[in-house]
Design a protein around this ligand. Structure first.
Ligand code: TYM
Length: 335
C-alpha cells in the first residue's frame, strides 16, 4: 500500500468516435502498455468528447466496448490498470465546467483540433467543440497524473491543461499536479498511407489501417501506399524529401523496434517493391494477437461490464477527491 501511494500516475484516453487505428496504437496505446508495475495507470474511453461531432448512438455504444476490449487485448491488464468510461464519472463534467471558467477564449481559439474540426464540420460548430480542451483538462487533472502519454497532435491540449492548472494553482494554492505530455520517440505522428502530408485518421479510411482490419486488407493498403516520386527509389529516412517512405519506415521501426539505420541496411538495393509488403507483413504480425484477443473478449460482455464497473468505482474515488478540493477552494458549500 505504502509503495502504491508513491507510484507516479499515468493517464490517457481515446475518443471512441471511430474504430481504433494504427496511429492510435503507435502514438498512444503502445506507449501505455506494460507500465503498470512502475505507474498507477488510468486509461479511459473519452465518450463525452465524441458528441462534439454527431454520432450514431448504437455505433458509439458498440465502439466504446470494442475500445475497452482492444485496450485489454493490447496488454492493459484490468487488474493492474484502471480502465473506465468517461461518462460514468460525473466529476469529469463537473470539473470541466469549473475549468471552463479558468480557460480563456483566446487560448481555445488557438487550438489546432478546433480549427480542423470546425472546418470539417462547418454546419455544427457547437460550444462543446470549442470548449472541449477544458473538459480534457478536467479529464487529466482529476487524477493528478505525472505523465499523459499521447501522440504529437494532443500535445497542444496537454500544454493548455498545464497552463489552466497553473492559473488555478496561482489563485488557490497547490490544487493540481502539473502533468507532462509523454510522447513516443517513434510513432508520435503516423501519416496517412495515401497522403503523407495528412496524419493517419479514420476520416481518410483508404490511408488508415484499423486495428481490427483483416490481414489481406491491411496488406493491400500497404502495397498501395504512396511512396515518393524521387528517382533514387531507395529506402532512406528523409521526412522532408521522402515523406511517404519515411512514414513507412517510422511504422516499421515502431512495430519491429529496429532503428532507421538497421532498416536502411535491411532494404539496401531492394527498392520500394520489396519494402512496402514487408512493412505490411510486420504490421499484420504485430496486430494479429491483438485482433484475436479483442474478438475473444468482445464475446464476453459480462466480463467487459465487470471491468468498466470496477474501473468506474476506482476512478470515481480518486476523481471525487480532487473535485471536493476544487469545490471547496472556489467557495461552493459542501454537499
Ligand atoms: P484521439 O481520440 O484523437 O486520439 C487518441 C490518441 O491517438 C493519438 N493519435 C495518433 N498518434 C500518432 N499518429 C496518428 N496519426 C494519430 N492519431 C491519433 C493521439 O495523439 C491520442 O494520443 N482529445 C483526445 C482524447 C482525450 C484525452 C483526454 C487524451 C480526451 N481526454 C485526456 C489524453 C488525456 C483525442 O481527441 O485523441
Amino acid at each position: 500500500m505504502e509503495q502504491e501511494m508513491q507510484k507516479k500516475v499515468m493517464l490517457s484516453g481515446i475518443q471512441p468516435s471511430g474504430d481504433l487505428h494504427l496511429g492510435n496504437y503507435l502514438g498512444a496505446i503502445k506507449n501505455w502498455g506494460a507500465r503498470a508495475e512502475e505507474f498507477d495507470c488510468y486509461y479511459f474511453m473519452a465518450d463525452m468528447h465524441t458528441i462534439t461531432v454527431r454520432q450514431n448512438p448504437a455505433d458509439l455504444r458498440r465502439r466504446t466496448l470494442e475500445q475497452l476490449a482492444t485496450y485489454i487485448a493490447c496488454g492493459l491488464d484490468p487488474e493492474k490498470n484502471t480502465l473506465f468510461i468517461q461518462s460514468h464519472i460525473p466529476a469529469h463534467a463537473e470539473l470541466g465546467w469549473v475549468l471552463n471558467c479558468y480557460t480563456m477564449f483566446g487560448e481555445l481559439s488557438r487550438m489546432t483540433q478546433f480549427k480542423d474540426k470546425s472546418a470539417k464540420h462547418a454546419d455544427n460548430i457547437n460550444g462543446g467543440l470549442f470548449t472541449y480542451p477544458a473538459l480534457m483538462a478536467a479529464d487529466i487533472l482529476l487524477y493528478q497524473p505525472d505523465y499523459v502519454p499521447v501522440g504529437n497532435d494532443q500535445k497542444q491540449h496537454v500544454e493548455l491543461t498545464r497552463n489552466v492548472a497553473q492559473r488555478f494553482n496561482n489563485i488557490y494554492g497547490d490544487v493540481f499536479k502539473i502533468p507532462e505530455p509523454y510522447i513516443p520517440k517513434t510513432g508520435a505522428r503516423i501519416m496517412s498511407l495515401n497522403d503523407p502530408s495528412s496524419k493517419m485518421s479514420k476520416s481518410i479510411p483508404d490511408g488508415c489501417v484499423f486495428l481490427m482490419e483483416k490481414p489481406e486488407d491491411i496488406q493491400r493498403k500497404f502495397k498501395r501506399a504512396i511512396t515518393d516520386s524521387d528517382t533514387e527509389r531507395c529506402v532512406r529516412f528523409d521526412p522532408e524529401n521522402k515523406p511517404g517512405v519515411s512514414n513507412l519506415m517510422s511504422i516499421y521501426a515502431a512495430v519491429t523496434g529496429k532503428t532507421m539505420e538497421e532498416i536502411e541496411a535491411e532494404f539496401d538495393g531492394q527498392g520500394y517493391g520489396a519494402f512496402k509488403p514487408a512493412v505490411g507483413e510486420a504490421v499484420i504480425e504485430c496486430l494479429r494477437p491483438i485482433r484475436e484477443e479483442a474478438q475473444r473478449l468482445l464475446a464476453d460482455k459480462a466480463y467487459l461490464e465487470s471491468v468498466y464497473r470496477a474501473g468506474a468505482e476506482k476512478a470515481s474515488y480518486v476523481a471525487n477527491k480532487t473535485l471536493r478540493k476544487v469545490y471547496k477552494k472556489v467557495g461552493f458549500v459542501a454537499r
